[in-house]
Design a binder for this molecule. Sequence first.
Ligand code: PLP
Length: 424
Amino acid sequence: MERTYLIKPSLDGDYPVVDYGDGVYLYDTAGRQYLDAAAGAVTANIGHGVKEIIEAMNNQAEKVSFVYRSQFSSAAAEQLAEKLARHAPGDLNWSFFVNSGSEATETAMKIAIQYWQELGRTGKIKILSRWISYHGITLGALSMSGHPGRRARFTSLLEDYPVVSPPYCYRCPYNLTPESCALECAQELELALKRTNPETVAAFIAEPIVGAAGSAITPPPGYYKKIKQICDRYEVLFIADEVMTGCGRTGTMLACEHWGVLPDLVALGKGMGSGYAPIAAALVSEKVIEPIRNGSKVVMSGHTLSANPQSCAAALAVFKYLEKNNIMEDVESKGTYLKNLLVKLQRQYSFIGDVRGKGLLLGMELVSDKTSKQPFSPEMKVTERLVHLAREYGLLIYPAAAGLDGSSGDGVIISPPLTITKRE
Ligand code: PLP
């Protein structure tokens, strides 16, 4: 392509043009094949070119592509909400549809604040979050995100900042080992709440497994139980940002289910529509919706394209496909198989410091010295070069950050479509 006016992530970057996708593979216009081991950005959960989804979207388009949410509902949106309620654990029965993960986390935060307003506790307006986190690129979501690289240019527009340390065992913020750990990083939430004054805090938001900012940082057992206990004790809602981890990515509908924890609100995105259409959601529990139903009855948020019927039809078809092919059931065993292969690589190469993650959300932290865990110097741009090199070989992996300051370290995420076979 000679001339282009498309603003891409890097204006002088070299981006192949994709022609079509088929299963776990993408093919560019030059005929090159890529194994999509990142599912794009941990998104194409059921792989590319699935006929059932395309048919469902076409059928919806033939009926109607758009209705405005303040005027009408649609069968696709109603059925999708019902489907999500059935898959989600506990009483997370209510869905508010939006178009991106950033909108989903912001919607969940707004609903948390509104919940307390409806109960007459209008002082509970703050949201607490952790360092080494990513909740989205729009300003409310970015305010809560502990991702220095993505915040740096816009600090003048950001309202707040994360305060709690991450559960980052490879680089424990308390310098503890699994043997000496008493979940001090979870306990830190209590301290943060006391310092902030819990009467001013509406909710705490966290990613069950830290994605873009931490290359699949996975908490130690018991971490989320403790977090939820502290939230309950101080009357603060727990928002699980499952935009990356949800919809089967780790083998369960929500990653929180692995640790037996039920959030009050959940943000979903990415795999929900598997990339076939822009769609995301805030899931709301009965506890949270009740005072709103009994009070103002209006959830104060929404976008023109919220609950777009064609996007809803795509996501509904994705869930039907997951069910019909029992895809979630196999994720844990496929994940263990892939993780073992990565551990083998780790033994072979001195620059793979850590292999982590759950299900088919796996990450590797890259270091210059495995023993000292010394990161590479940022000028070496190791992540960027590795991702580029892998693509030259026809393999797509996802560049992520690592390191306790969330910007100085290198890491990648390996997250193929859940439909991948062991052989692939
Ligand atoms: N939350 C998490 C955990 C994410 O990983 C992302 C995107 O990477 C977002 C929110 C933002 O989603 P989106 O890019 O769809 O706005």
